[in-house]
Design a binder for this molecule. Structure first.
Ligand code: ATP
Length: 248
């Protein structure tokens, strides 16, 4: 990996329950400051790839049995998920995972739990998150479980921002949301990328929106990368149009 690469996944294989081979040699790189899309149908292996990177497969009886993963030039497979968060790589899980009984603000503050730079810096970042997500500022005292799906997705991304990340692994941010909200969330992701310098690896089934915001994309099928390229190139590719964009 060069200095321009923040994340590199090198030919990883993942097996669940010692027998179910799900990733069959996946490689990808994310340039520093980039937005990269990981595309593919339901079950292709997108979530497994993200969890392999953040070391969250253990809870699902999954193992990386081959290959290597480097974040900021450092091999990360031996690190705990918390160590990885401290180094600046945060996963936002599919399904949002806000604490439903806590307020939006309390949820955001839980994102700062690994930080040691004091309450003034945390308060400043809370304001930064509210500036990007004005809806969260409006709803700061609301119990997260009673806010909308879009607000919970924003809360999950905002909470990740509270850890001071250099990279966010974002799993299906569009899931279950109306098109206009999807657009609103991707616009904010773009702002976080451009202004805060956060790199994103974005798993999405919504190929068309992902390719509009990412600069590069990988398409997974059956646990293998079957195609990759510049986002513009992919969105003009005939097979991608037919199978993933629903136009012939
Ligand atoms: P989705 O959009 O549903 O998240 P995905 O592309 O992220 O799809 P994965 O969730 O990574 O796909 O799943 C890839 C394959 O691994 C699927 O065939 C799935 O059934 C299988 N799988 C996922 N989790 C487990 C598990 N804990 N044990 C066994 N098999 C699993």
């Amino acid at each position: 990996a060069t200095d321009n690469t923040i994340l590199s996944v090198n030919n990883i294989e993942v097996i669940y329950d010692h027998v179910i081979l799900v990733l069959k040699g996946v490689s990808l790189t994310v340039p520093r400051g980039g937005i990269v899309a990981l595309l593919g149908a339901n079950g292709a292996g997108k979530t497994t790839t993200l969890k392999a990177i953040s070391n969250l497969l253990g809870a699902e009886r999954g193992d990386v049995t081959k290959g290597s993963i480097e974040f900021q030039g450092e091999e990360v497979q031996a690190l705990s998920p918390n160590d990885l968060v401290r180094r600046g790589c945060i996963q936002v899980m599919e399904g949002r995972h806000c604490f439903g009984h806590l307020s939006i603000e309390e949820n955001l503050l839980t994102g700062a739990y690994t930080r040691k730079d004091g309450s003034a810096a945390i308060k400043r970042d809370l304001e930064m998150v509210y500036d990007y997500f004005p809806r969260l500022r409006e709803r700061r005292q609301s119990q997260a479980g009673y806010t909308s799906g879009g607000e919970q997705q924003m809360c999950a991304i905002g909470r990740a921002m509270m850890a001071g990340p250099s990279m966010i692994l974002l799993d299906e941010p569009s899931m279950g949301l109306a098109p206009q909200l999807v657009e609103e969330i991707f616009e904010i992701v773009k702002q976080l990328n451009e202004k805060e310098g956060v790199s994103f690896l974005l798993a999405e089934q919504n190929t068309s929106v992902a390719l509009r915001y990412a600069s590069y994309g990988y398409i997974l099928e059956g646990g293998r990368v079957v195609m990759d390229g510049e986002a513009k190139e992919l969105s003009e590719n005939q097979d991608v149009k037919e199978f993933y964009l629903g136009v012939g």
